[in-house]
Design a protein around this ligand. Structure first.
Ligand code: FEO
Length: 175
């Protein structure tokens, strides 16, 4: 026979609980979006870019789990919602990384809004937890800009694109 105990859930404001739960969903959606992009690259024989996107998808899953663990550590609870279907059709590698960069800029705005909410709710522990994500977003956006710069240099060269694909795979493996 199991005995259930109700955990005390008092440390986070209702607004923060809701926003942090929504952020879990956004991170898991990011993971799904990048996995869909990986599938597109695999289907188009660009295994380096596919590998990069699969690793990015794993990182996004980990980001979602960081919020998940934080909610419980802070005495709240996780309420998972449905993850939206990601697009399945994509354009050129450059268009995909432009989309990725734009997506990450949206995530940065979302993290910044969470930080502002934590300040407004007078919740320093959540502010401190969000420092990690604020720094992470600087890196995420830089990674996308770096690849976009390289794709600009490659231009329309198929050979250049294949070389960059190998370079991206090697670089990501070293991360
Ligand atoms: Fe979890 Fe790419 O932001």
């Amino acid at each position: 026979m199991y005995l259930y105990y109700t955990r005390r859930t008092t440390m986070l404001s209702e607004k923060l609980k809701k926003a942090l739960n929504e952020q879990i969903n956004k991170e898991f959606y990011s993971s799904y979006l990048y996995l869909s992009m990986a599938s597109h690259f695999d289907a188009n024989a660009l295994p380096g870019f596919a590998s990069w996107m699969k690793m990015q998808a794993r990182e996004e899953w980990e980001h979602g789990m960081k919020f998940y663990e934080y909610l419980y550590e802070a005495g709240s609870e996780v309420q998972l919602e449905a993850i939206a279907k990601p697009p399945v059709k994509f354009g050129t590698p450059k268009q995909i990384f432009e989309e990725t960069y734009k997506h990450e800029q949206g995530v940065t705005a979302s993290i910044n809004a969470l930080f502002e909410l934590a300040k407004a709710e007078k919740d320093p522990k959540t502010e401190v937890m969000l420092h990690w994500f604020i720094n992470e977003q600087v890196e995420e956006e830089k990674n996308d800009r770096d690849i976009l710069d390289m794709l600009d240099k490659v231009g329309d060269s198929h050979f250049g694109l294949l070389q960059l694909d190998q370079q991206v795979m090697a670089r990501r493996a070293a991360d």
